[in-house]
Design a protein around this ligand. Structure first.
Ligand code: GDP
Length: 361
């Protein structure tokens, strides 16, 4: 639903990519223009009928909205459209659930899902209570059920939290170990699909998973990388992809994973230079960095995918600076795929390490 902002086409395209990432096959993209959402149906009833006809025509089994739906809107739409209706948060949670690989990642996703569920559950029940008009509500079967469901979810959240605390302790020990070894930490951050995993692979020549999907990486992968020009090893970490409007619960849930970025001495902020929407994406990444207290860490912009640019768009030099939120950030142009610019990037990193390395005391 386009509420009148500038980059809607891209957002819809991204929603399609999210759906594919979740294993769905988009068959139709519909833009509905509205000034404000309809409280009951989110969109107008005429549009709902139009969509219902499309759903039938395609034999589609899901309708996905780019924005967050209230539980009531979701229910009403499902009743009208006669298929499952999701919002973007649900889709993202689904993808995270499918992709988490480490123990910690799985626990974090479980926590985020339970939290999502608990807010919806509470709202849903209070809605039902209102409908009943309070008749026999107190102590009635409905209330018992709410209490039960609430308690079950509450207990589950508590259990997952406890297990997370244990896992985090272990992670903390590993980190201290690394700090004691005085290894220089470099973390890759960036909007999802910018090419972090590809760059990570190209730099360490390992094979981390990379695909034209959002969130190929959910858990941090760390590898050692030898920088010949500096004559030293550094540790390089690939982090979770950032995305526009990442559901807040998820940012929180992934703080431990993102913590890797916070602990870095240098951030490589990977940007998809071939995406016309890249300035917005840079802004989104900066916002997440602020949320996790990593905004002040030295940062290099790595403009990736320059192989996709035509001659006129191509940068004149491999290295320059760009102003982002009042800061002059160094910028390197590369293609993780063709390998162009990777030597310049390595040289830049080596230089940086040499300049910023603390000598052992
Ligand atoms: P991540 O989500 O940031 O980790 O992104 P990935 O590394 O998974 O890459 C996302 C998509 O972009 C994949 O289809 C990659 O093959 C593609 N890609 C990555 N780097 C380049 C590049 O330099 N040039 C081109 N043309 N495609 C790239």
């Amino acid at each position: 639903v386009d509420f009148g902002h500038a980059h809607f086409d891209h957002e819809l395209e991204e929603l399609g990519l999210l759906a594919e990432t979740a294993g769905l096959q988009p068959v139709e993209r519909i833009i509905v223009k509205r000034k404000v959402p309809d409280p009951a149906l989110f969109i107008g009833s005429g549009k709902v009928e139009e969509i219902a006809a499309l759903v039938q025509g395609h034999g589609a089994s899901e309708v996905i909205f780019d924005q967050a739906l209230s539980p009531a809107q979701q229910r009403n739409l499902e009743r009208e459209l006669k298929v499952a209706v999701y919002d973007r948060t649900f889709l993202i949670l689904e993808i995270f659930a499918q992709r988490a690989r480490s123990h910690e990642g799985k626990l974090q996703v479980e926590l985020a899902r339970l939290q999502y569920l608990s807010t919806r559950l509470v709202r849903r029940w209070s809605h039902l209570e209102r409908q009943r008009g309070g008749i026999g509500a107190r102590g009635g079967p409905g209330e018992t059920q709410i209490e039960l469901d609430r308690r079950m979810i509450g207990d589950a959240i508590k259990r997952v939290r406890e297990r997370l605390v244990k896992v985090k302790k272990q992670r903390g020990t590993q980190r201290r170990q690394r700090q004691r070894n005085q290894v220089f930490n470099i973390s890759l951050v960036g909007y999802t699909n910018a090419g972090k995993s590809s760059l990570f692979n190209a730099l360490v020549k390992a094979r981390a998973y990379s695909a034209d999907q959002l969130f190929a990486t959910l858990d941090t992968t760390t590898r050692q990388m030898y920088l010949q020009e500096a004559g030293t090893m550094v540790s390089l970490s690939d982090t979770v992809g950032f995305i526009r409007d990442l559901p807040h619960g998820l940012v929180e849930a992934f703080q431990a994973t993102l913590q890797e970025a916070v602990d870095a001495d240098l951030l490589l902020h990977v940007v998809d230079a071939a995406n016309p929407n890249f300035p917005e994406q840079i802004g989104q990444v900066m916002r997440v960095l602020e949320e996790i207290d990593a905004a002040q860490i030295p940062q290099v912009l790595v403009f990736n995918k320059i192989d996709k640019l035509d001659d006129q768009q191509r940068p004149l030099r491999q290295l320059d600076h760009m102003e982002v939120q009042g800061r002059q950030l160094p910028r390197v142009f590369i293609s993780a795929q063709s390998g162009e610019g990777l030597d310049a990037l390595r040289q830049f990193l080596a230089q940086w390490v040499l300049e910023h390395r603390q000598l052992p005391d």
